[in-house]
Design a protein around this ligand. Structure first.
Ligand SMILES: [Zn+2]
Length: 330
């Protein structure tokens, strides 16, 4: 069944086009209105088709800055193939600066494959998977830590046994040149964009770029240049910024530390720190109960802290640290 979303631009046409995906949305203030999801197409002849996406989570801003800049500045004659760009993929969430959509509470990155007749977030997921990924060879989904997490700049690859894209992913990792890379396993039947890409035979690349509900100084340039080098490596751009000379660190497993009870969490380590099993990770203070000692949490594995929670107030189950483990040697 085809989507109820229509596009104001023709993805088959060469040239630079800016427009909107129109998702019909009938509400009290606008009976026959639509949600305008920004889209751009930069197409120049034959070559790979690449879907570039940010604002999958609406409170992650670095990718939105990088892709807006790319739409404005990339000359068409440097493209061989097509870049389809969704700078605010879950537009209602991105417009509100929220991780999830205020219309239906939908988390786009837990909504694939979506539904053509479902809620707005489900319809967006369905359109991305069945119309945009259907025609793509690569997906770059630019995430950041959002409001609740702050990340070291990290490239993420979802991998499976016999991954047909493993070799090109390793080349993209080298070209991108971020300080950290994490290979992780997720079910390919799942609701993430990486699972949607897998179902369509698309090579998917994700990032986690700082976050904390802001745009970190220097990050759009660091990751934007990396993205250009990666796009050059896969053959869709004819030029690229200078390669990085530093070598990044790569991790083959991940771990997390969660709050064990409610309170005010005080971290005892920062993103980028090397940590060991048994090392103190955080104190959870209980100002509600005067005289009570804080609860001490410890790291359970050896690795590097890729992200830590931003806000101090926690409840049981909040993720405090995301850790890269099993470092790849050489
Ligand atoms: Zn995200």
């Amino acid at each position: 069944m085809s989507s109820l979303i229509s596009s104001t631009i023709d993805l088959d046409k060469d040239g630079i086009q800016h427009g909107y995906l129109q998702l019909l949305h009938s509400v009290h203030r606008s009976a026959y209105g639509y949600i305008p999801i920004p889209i751009a197409s930069l197409k120049n002849g034959d070559g790979p088709t690449v879907l570039l996406m940010s604002g999958n989570h609406g409170d992650e801003y670095e990718g939105q800055v990088i892709l807006s800049s790319l739409i404005r500045t990339l000359p068409l004659d440097q493209i061989r193939g097509q870049l389809i760009v969704l700078p605010m993929a879950n537009f209602p969430a991105a417009e509100a600066g929220l991780r999830t959509s205020p219309l239906d509470q939908g988390n786009l990155n837990r909504s694939f494959p979506g539904s053509e007749t479902g809620s707005p977030t489900q319809q967006i997921a369905h359109y991305i998977e069945n119309t945009l990924l259907e025609r793509a060879d690569f997906l770059f989904d630019l995430h950041s830590g959002g409001s609740s997490l702050f990340y070291q700049p990290t490239l993420l690859f979802s991998v499976t046994k016999g991954d047909p894209h493993l070799e090109i992913k390793q080349q993209i990792e080298k070209a991108f040149g971020l300080p950290y890379t994490l290979y992780f396993e997720r079910s390919n039947a799942g609701s993430f964009s990486s699972a949607a890409a897998f179902r369509k035979g698309v090579c998917s690349i994700l990032t986690e770029l700082a976050g904390g509900g802001t745009v970190s100084k220097g990050l759009p340039k660091l990751a934007g240049d990396g993205l250009m080098r990666a796009l050059h490596r896969i053959g869709v751009l004819t030029t690229s910024p200078e390669p990085v000379t530093t070598t990044g660190r790569t991790f083959l497993a991940e771990g997390s530390i969660f709050a064990s009870e409610p309170g005010v969490y005080g971290p005892l380590a920062d993103p980028g720190d090397d940590v060991e099993v048994g090392q103190p990770a955080a104190l959870i203070h209980r100002p509600e109960t005067p005289g009570r000692e804080p609860v001490e949490l410890f790291f359970e594995d050896t690795g590097v802290i890729l992200a830590k929670r931003q806000q101090a107030r926690v409840i049981r189950g909040d993720c405090l640290f995301h850790i890269g483990q099993s470092e790849k040697q050489g």
